[in-house]
Design a protein around this ligand. Structure first.
Ligand code: ZN
Length: 362
């Protein structure tokens, strides 16, 4: 009997070892990409690993991706390992393969951060950087409160007043959008999308071409945490309602599917998401993508942890007691301790994988 909580890991290094072992045991073909510019907190090398199952010329491919937002990889890695250990590969239908992408953002996973080694939010980095970026005036208005000079009680209270005033004027969801919608103006801020494709961006595009170039139908699931009710997995369609793949995702996932553009999601509208890479790199395939977003804690608590972590890396001392406190809080907000949350994660992941396989087969 597989212990589901044991499929989850307390660190990136533990997750990587478990993932590679489980993938090898299940007969997967494993490839690894070394991050060329960053190391982990213990000086360890950082890798993105993929495991592939099924025929090399499989028509249909199921794709599961973990750690787009670094620390959220505790969740996605656990789901991937649970799928491997519970016999997922052996249950794949004929003519259907699977590609597991483990730790697409290994730096963020290893350092307990949402962002990558460039302080970039990968899920805001996949737009066309030559085209210019959408404005985020809300962020400009509160940028100083997001990254205060110090993390004292006074400066935190002052930031809090600014954020609350913004929420009073524009609404709480507008505040969430201003902070998390993405910005390209403050490289030392939060939810920063960068001004060029990151290493993870370039690498996942190469992986898509090399591993999925022969597939006709591709179903992508990207694992996230931090929004919504505790343990619930919201299935978010990140393409606009007008897109062809939107209707397909609706057919696969039904009314369970939400959409930021339609106002049915807990997520703000964001642009430049990672899963956009797949239809771009696979123009001849039918790509259907979803983000599964598992709830943890209330939005203000989660965003506060993100702000604190950003301050810590920009202006604080990681080795200080405050630094350790911020890191522990960050981990809990994106990867709650205890067995229940992990069991809920896998139950929903298993259900969603079933729906994706059905969709691929239809
Ligand atoms: Zn996320």
């Amino acid at each position: 009997m597989v212990s589901i909580p044991d499929c989850f890991s307390e660190s990136y290094a533990e997750a990587r070892a478990k993932f590679c072992a489980a993938a090898a045991t299940a007969g997967g073909s494993i490839r690894s990409w070394l991050n060329p510019s960053a190391l982990g907190p213990n000086g360890e090398k950082l890798h993105l690993d993929t495991a592939r199952f099924g025929a090399t010329d499989a028509d249909k491919m199921l794709v599961m991706i973990s750690s787009t937002h670094g620390v959220e990889g505790h969740c996605g890695s656990g789901a991937q390992i649970a799928w491997l250990r519970t016999g997922g590969p052996s249950k794949l239908p004929k003519n259907t393969g699977a590609l597991l992408v483990h730790a697409i953002n290994p730096y963020g996973f290893a350092w307990t951060r949402r962002v990558n080694e460039d302080n970039v939010d990968l899920n805001r980095n996949f737009g066309d950087h030559d085209k210019g970026y959408p404005r985020n005036d809300g962020y400009l208005a509160i940028a100083d409160a997001i990254l205060p000079r110090d993390w004292s009680a006074e400066s935190r209270a002052e930031s809090q007043r600014t954020l609350e005033a913004y929420a009073q004027k524009h609404g709480a969801f507008a505040l969430q959008g201003a902070i998390s919608g993405g910005q390209h103006t403050h490289p030392d801020g939060v939810f920063y999308g960068g001004v060029k494709p990151t290493w993870s961006n370039r690498t996942i595009r190469a992986i898509a071409r090399e591993e999925l170039g022969r597939a006709r139908r591709v179903g992508v699931t990207d694992y996230h945490t931090g929004l919504g009710p505790f343990g619930h997995g919201e299935l978010i369609c990140t393409v606009p309602p007008g897109a062809k793949s939107y209707a397909r995702a609706k057919a696969w996932y039904g009314d369970e599917m939400t959409s930021p553009e339609s106002g049915t999601s807990t997520s703000a509208i964001v642009t430049g998401v990672m899963t956009d890479a797949f239809p771009q790199e696979l123009p001849d395939a039918e790509v259907t993508s979803i983000a599964i977003e598992y709830g943890t804690y209330a939005v203000p608590e989660v965003l506060n942890a993100v702000r604190a972590d950003n301050w810590l890396h920009q202006r604080g001392d990681l080795a200080s007691p405050l630094g350790r406190e911020i890191k522990a809080d960050m981990k809990e907000r994106f990867f709650p301790a205890g067995d229940k949350w992990r069991e809920m994660v896998w139950t929903r992941a298993d259900q969603t994988i079933g729906w994706a396989l059905k969709g691929l087969a239809a």
